[in-house]
Design a binder for this molecule. Structure first.
Ligand SMILES: [Zn+2]
Ligand SMILES: [Zn+2]
Length: 320
């Protein structure tokens, strides 16, 4: 399994503003300190080796959309604004006219998780089939997409889509076999309800668990989450807030912190904990600092357990 992140931001798409770009340039020039490079390769090596991630790159601003790339039919988690770029890539492939079946697993129907769909060109092409799965009832799933594409919110009405679109509710208490994957759902605490997914194939397990507020004082919920995450190769986790924000102003906002994610992943013996659904107000430097803080924390409380920790960024690719 290969996982590609098309969108990693929470709640609202963001962009890297001019002031932030200027700060990156300032830091890069300071680091270069008058150095000269003979070749482009040497320059590239300097960028990769000498500049920290938030200077040479950034976390991106598209909202939740993650692809599970395999030789099977295209399979994605959520349809945030990152879906636009996935759709673009599909349209640029040489056989883009060939009828294709797409599979989408929806965590829930908040706007940041469906807003990419009107900008997904394959939905407009007759011959394509789009399966939209979720833990919510089919009429609730359908209604969210219909409303999004109706007057006065959007100029192209749902009825004008050419693809055949099917909604399917997946129950939480059993495994489902879809497109070669074994899939299980977990109901999570979030306004309106959200669902986490455990997806397994060829002995590898991926958990996608976004838009979920974990209260560690709730033992039943914690046990259910730990057993859902157990021994997973990768957990993509809603670490929207820093712990400080979480326990002061943002309690009951429906999201979790970097520290809660580390605790859950350590307890569940997860291999790789990936922080996701970033707060729009956090800039690249803040997200990078939160990553360092989380790694330090896991080292202190992890009692020698090896937990890989990363912060998802747009276009990041992970191999399981
Ligand atoms: Zn969200
Ligand atoms: Zn949400």
């Amino acid at each position: 399994m290969q996982v590609r992140f098309w969108g990693t931001r929470g709640s609202l798409p963001t962009s890297t503003g001019g002031a932030s770009i200027r700060e990156k340039i300032r830091q890069a020039l300071r680091q270069a300190d008058g150095r000269r490079w003979e070749t482009d390769e040497q320059l590239e090596a300097f960028i990769d080796d000498a500049l920290a991630f938030p200077v040479r790159n950034g976390y991106g601003g598209d909202t939740s959309c993650v692809q599970i790339a395999s030789r099977r039919e295209p399979t994605l988690l959520d349809m945030g604004s990152g879906l636009r770029r996935f759709g673009q890539q599909v349209m640029e492939t040489p056989d883009q006219d060939r009828p294709t079946t797409f599979h989408f697993f929806m965590s829930h129907l908040h706007w940041d998780h469906i807003m990419g769909f009107p900008f997904f060109p394959p939905a407009y092409l007759p011959g394509n089939t789009i399966h939209i799965y979720g833990g919510h009832p089919e009429n609730v799933l359908r209604e969210a997409f219909l409303r999004q594409q109706s007057t006065p919110c959007f100029p192209v009405h749902w009825d004008q889509l050419g693809a055949s679109i099917r909604f399917t509710r997946l129950e939480t208490d059993r495994w489902h076999r879809i497109n070669g994957f074994a899939v299980k759902l977990l109901r999570q605490a979030h306004h309106g309800g959200s669902f986490g997914y455990r997806i397994e194939k060829d002995g590898k397990a991926l958990v996608y668990s976004t838009d979920s507020e974990h209260k560690q004082q709730d033992d039943t919920e914690t046990e259910a989450t730990v057993s859902f995450y157990r021994e997973a190769d990768l957990v993509i986790f809603d670490a929207m807030y820093s712990l400080a924000d979480m326990i002061t102003v943002k309690e009951d906002w429906g999201h979790s912190s970097n520290i809660v994610g580390a605790d859950l992943c350590l307890r569940a013996n997860v291999k790789h904990y990936c922080m996701f659904h970033h707060e729009p107000a956090y800039d690249d430097a803040t997200l990078y600092e939160i990553l360092q803080e989380t790694r330090r924390y896991a080292e202190i409380v992890g009692e020698g357990k090896s937990l890989e920790i990363s912060t998802a960024y747009d276009d990041m690719v992970l191999r399981l």
